[in-house]
Design a protein around this ligand. Structure first.
Ligand code: G3P
Ligand code: CA
Length: 302
């Protein structure tokens, strides 16, 4: 398998190989610069690049007509006006264990989704922002930063004939983002909470690094980390896991895997004086390789 090295992966390899180079810590704009602009809009992605993000994150969903779009939730109602625009198109659906009325993105065509306002919920200033396709996100980010797409809630596509992993692979091919001729200015790292999805990506030799996301702060030890050696190239733990189990970083690094926790956002109540101070602790005391942050402008580069 050919895995193109990104800065973050290279950093760990240099560190574990005993070379003197200082690994570059990675500033990942979480859902774009989502502290300042509506998440997963081109405005948020553009601002993330302006603020110096190394990578711009996309959460991916699949429309009814099989197009990859950038959307965090499986459903549309939190971040768009879908409820007013399509009042009779909801279903009662179970998403991540909770059964509720929802407007699932996968029940709508791209043409329908493109009519929705994805900016007003955040601020009237962003009225008329649209949900971008992954192709549009790539067109904006390519050459300026890396892409960090997440295959989001893969379980909701079971029985819906959606080949999520294959759609992502084709998109990477379409844009020249994997394989030996991949664009060196646009590194790609894939991420998912889905253990089966992570294994599928490894089995199909996706040829870009895979990061396994971890939601629960408990239940991890060195043996469990070791089970993922050779399958994923990194982990994206909830930051609470690392406060509880700081040795997790060393366990992953010992087998050449990166650790990039989430989510660092200004204004959260906690024991740090600022989001910058919190990121400094994780990056330079706990030794993580990068962070997902809503505030890429606050990233403490050294
Ligand atoms: O993907 C890293 C982080 O974004 C995971 O949490 O829910 O914001 O996708 P979420
Ligand atoms: Ca995510």
């Amino acid at each position: 398998m050919t895995i193109r090295l990104t800065g973050v992966v290279l950093g760990v390899l240099l560190a574990s190989g005993g070379l003197m180079a200082q690994p570059r810590k990675t500033n990942v704009a979480h859902r774009g610069a989502s502290g300042y602009a509506p998440e997963h809009t081109l405005a948020a992605y553009r601002l993330a690049i302006e603020q110096g993000a190394d990578f711009v994150e996309q959460d991916l969903a699949v429309t009814r007509d099989g197009v990859l779009i950038c959307l965090h939730d499986a459903s549309l109602e939190r971040t768009t006006d879908v409820e007013a625009r399509f009042p009779d198109r909801s279903t009662v659906t179970t998403i991540e264990g909770r059964t509720r009325t929802a407007w699932l993105a996968n029940d709508f065509t791209l043409a329908e989704i493109k009519t929705l306002d994805a900016g007003s919920w955040f601020s009237p200033k962003f009225a008329g922002e649209r949900i971008p396709t992954f192709d549009e996100a790539v067109a904006l980010v390519k050459g300026k930063a890396g892409l960090f797409p997440e295959l989001k809630t893969p379980e909701i596509y079971k029985g819906r004939e959606v080949r999520f992993e294959a759609l992502v692979a084709s998109a990477l091919d379409r844009h020249g983002l994997r394989g030996p001729a991949a664009d060196p200015k646009t590194p790609v790292i894939l991420q998912t909470f889905g253990e089966e999805t992570a294994r599928n990506l490894a089995t199909m030799k996706i040829s870009v690094p895979i990061v396994l996301l971890i939601g629960s702060p408990g239940g991890w030890d060195a043996a469990r980390v070791a089970q993922w050696k050779g399958i994923v190239q990194g982990f994206g733990p909830n930051k609470g896991l690392l406060l509880k189990t700081p040795d997790f970083v060393a366990w992953a690094h010992a087998q050449g895997q990166t650790v990039v926790p989430y989510t660092f956002r200004a204004g959260e109540k906690g024991s740090f004086v600022s989001v910058k101070a919190e990121m400094e602790h994780f990056l330079y005391t706990l030794g993580v390789d990068g962070v997902f942050t809503d505030n890429p402008d606050q990233f403490p580069r050294r």
